[in-house]
Design a protein around this ligand. Structure first.
Ligand SMILES: [Cu+2]
Length: 307
């Protein structure tokens, strides 16, 4: 166990040490667009997941097909969840440290599948998403941390079996909800947001990783207008090079607006955002497993306008 912890701290230090400014940028102010008004009316089975110091409270079995997952967290904390599958044969003692590297440090681990999830915006609030799971064995990976200080994040995994529906209940309709907005994540480190101008108000977003290699997440910030995507990349490059964000700089003006947790290639989730009119940027901080560069520095930034 000690060896695992030592190795984990070393990697965590390398990862965090590489991007101190990015960690600061994520603690920026919150202007949450997280919403569940439409998702709650879809009629899907509700899967409640609760994270906190007492552990993860989550179902051990659900039926295949679309479900509404709602994450809540103990008082005073921020919560995170991802539905995942560790590689076959992985020593169970490695599940939590490896999941912490993915969930807290944006470093996808070899052999894992991340089906997707969410993060609560502020203490006392919940976060919802829709996922359509095929029969099989999964883990609910959930964590909690102090608002504004993710360094104390504690991760726990619980087993989830999907399936066991009676033959009479089949075939299961695996199709998820109709979406007004689609955000596609690609292997060439791009996001495509459709339509170009996103309508204001609550809308269901389909989040699809159409690649075959890379895992991505989505952090959506409300941003000052007038920056190009290339200029945003340059701002993050400055942070990586050790410059502290100056008052009035791009990074100092960000508000966290929404999030979708890491998704492996080929996965789909749906979530709901209720954006105010303005300019937003979808940014990926996942680290390339080889170069340890966050995808944002390879250009994974796409702005969109909400009208
Ligand atoms: Cu990415």
């Amino acid at each position: 166990m000690k060896k695992v912890v030592g190795w984990l701290s070393l990697v965590a230090m390398l990862v965090m040490g590489a991007m101190p400014g990015l960690a600061a940028a994520r603690a920026a102010q919150v202007d949450s667009a997280v919403s569940d008004e439409l998702i709650s009316r879809l009629g899907y089975p509700l899967v409640e997941i609760h994270a906190g110091p007492e552990g993860v409270d989550a179902p051990v079995w659900i039926a295949p097909g679309p479900v509404h997952v709602r994450l809540s967290v103990a008082d005073g904390y921020i919560g995170y969840v991802n539905i995942v599958r560790p590689p076959a044969g992985l020593d169970p003692v490695l599940e939590e440290p490896q999941m912490l590297l993915a969930g807290a440090h944006d470093l996808a681990q070899a052999g894992w599948t991340y089906f997707g999830g969410t993060n609560t915006p502020s203490p006392g609030e919940t976060a919802s998403f829709v996922i359509s799971l095929a029969p099989g064995e999964y883990r609910v990976a959930a964590s909690y941390y102090t608002a504004g200080d993710p360094s104390d994040e504690v991760m726990a995994l619980s087993r989830l079996t999907v399936g066991g529906a009676t033959p009479a209940a089949l075939p299961v309709d695996m199709t998820g909800p109709a979406a007004d907005v689609t955000l596609t994540m690609t292997d060439d480190l791009r996001y495509l947001v459709t339509p170009d101008a996103v309508p204001r108000g609550p809308h269901i977003w389909k989040l699809e990783n159409t690649g075959t290699i890379h895992a991505h997440h989505v952090v959506i910030f409300r941003v000052p207008a007038g920056y190009s995507d290339e200029e945003i990349v340059a701002e993050y490059q400055k942070l990586k090079d050790g410059e502290s964000p100056a008052p009035g700089s791009f990074v100092s003006q960000l508000s966290w607006a929404g999030y979708a947790a890491m998704q492996s290639a080929g996965t789909v989730t749906w979530t709901e955002f209720d954006f105010e009119p303005g300019t937003y940027a979808a940014i990926c901080f996942n680290l390339d497993p080889d170069s340890r560069q966050p995808h944002v520095l390879e250009g994974m930034v796409t702005q969109f306008v909400v009208e």
